[in-house]
Ligand binder design. Structure first.
Ligand code: PMP
Length: 382
């Protein structure tokens, strides 16, 4: 129950145990082509160009930054924590002049402040972290994306801790780039960087004057490969992680069989059950309001008198949760991931383990079982 890598479906594990396919094998070509089409459906981006490349989420960040930024470009970073800072660092490495609109940990910047900044003009690109995994803050995507469009800035969204768990309609909401990694709500082990780019983003990339400062990240290397696989032909630039792509195909198939609306709703239902439990335990979440609270993970402060040793105590009760990550606060809170195949039983098991660990740590809260009951009631109500 950590915010990635997450538990994956048995069918996905089974795909990984098959003989390793060759990247030029006709069966693999068909699989890769289907993966690209399915990724468009999962991102609700019928008009976008998908890229699937071996690497982690950080490479996905670099795939966006390296291709869209030229030295001297002004970029606005809507900063909600650790991963927004990382994106800024990568954008700067590619020559961007970054302006941050920050909020205190647990809050998202006010849309009006972002709009005011965009209105000053000259921003080529706005970057937003859909869910910042360090704070569990969910950014107000729709109004932010509308603002970027109104002011002529491309929008780049880090969906690593959100894609396929948190509601997102890339085309309808007008996001130019949505990127993610395989090990979270997409339900595959770590190792894949995924990105969908709008026609507008591709146009901006095609019009660049400076060469992309990375060969491996250059869309020019990958676009012919993605085009070929989608057209049922093989192609080579750098060896794709064939086994992982087959596993991704299985997971995307399961995701689409559940349906995007149902999947977003299930993630929300599980998150609300956790919130009911936190509240029954008297625990405070990092996100300061429901409006900015993610549905893919929870970040929760330790109560008075309980320290970071709680994570080991929860593990002792049979469930793995994660400690804090935000540099200023990391000793003061823990995180629970609730992505991919998480169901009501997982919620109740996790809440039960946390309750017992808190009792062991000497936390005096409502009667043991009250948090499980609260989660149960929320699951029943949802
Ligand atoms: N962005 C966000 C929001 C993340 O949560 C992470 C990883 N947890 C990353 C980017 C970087 O991904 P990776 O660790 O796979 O490089």
């Amino acid at each position: 129950m950590i915010p990635g890598p997450v538990e994956v479906e048995p069918e996905v594990l089974q795909a990984l145990s098959a003989p390793v396919p060759g990247h030029l094998d006709p069966t693999f070509v068909a699989t890769f082509g289907r993966v690209l089409r399915r990724l468009r459906e999962v991102c609700l981006a019928p008009g976008a160009q998908p890229f699937v490349v071996a690497g982690s989420g950080t490479l996905a960040m670099e795939l966006a930054a390296a291709n869209l930024v030229e030295p001297g470009d002004a970029v606005l970073v809507v900063n909600t924590g650790y991963f927004s800072d990382r994106m800024a660092h990568i954008l700067e490495r590619h020559g961007a002049r970054v302006t941050h609109v920050r909020a205190p940990p647990g809050e998202a910047p006010d849309v009006a402040r972002v709009e005011a900044e965009l209105a000053r003009g000259g921003f080529k690109l706005m970057s937003v972290t859909h869910v910042d995994t360090s704070t569990a803050v969910l950014a107000p995507m729709e109004p932010l994306l509308r603002a970027a469009r109104q002011h002529g800035a491309l929008s780049v969204v880090d969906g690593v801790c959100a894609t396929a768990g948190e509601a997102f309609h890339q085309d309808a909401w007008g996001a130019d780039v949505y990127f993610t990694a395989s090990q979270k709500a997409l339900g595959v082990p770590p190792g894949l960087a995924l990105l969908t780019a709008s026609p507008r983003a591709l146009e901006v990339w095609r019009a660049r004057k400076a060469p992309v400062a990375s060969v491996y990240a250059d869309w020019a290397e990958w676009l012919p490969v993605m085009d070929a696989y989608e057209a049922g032909r093989n192609a080579y630039f750098a060896t794709p992680p064939t086994s992982l792509i087959c596993a991704l195909d299985v997971s995307l198939g399961l995701i689409l069989a559940e349906g995007m609306a149902a999947r977003f709703a299930r993630h929300r239902r599980m998150a609300l059950a956790f919130r009911a439990a936190w509240s029954a335990l008297g625990l405070r979440m990092l996100p300061t309001s429901e409006a900015v609270a993610a549905h893919t993970l929870s970040a929760v402060y330790y109560p008075e008198g309980v320290d970071a040793g709680l994570v080991a105590r929860v593990r002792g009760q049979g469930v793995t949760v994660a400690g804090g990550l935000h540099p200023e606060l990391k000793a003061r809170y823990f995180r629970v991931g609730h992505m991919n195949r998480v169901n009501a039983s997982d919620v109740l098991t996790t809440v039960g383990a946390i309750e017992r660990a808190l009792v062991e740590a000497g936390h005096r809260h409502a009667a043991p079982g009250s948090a499980v009951a609260a989660a149960q009631a929320a699951l029943g109500a949802a």
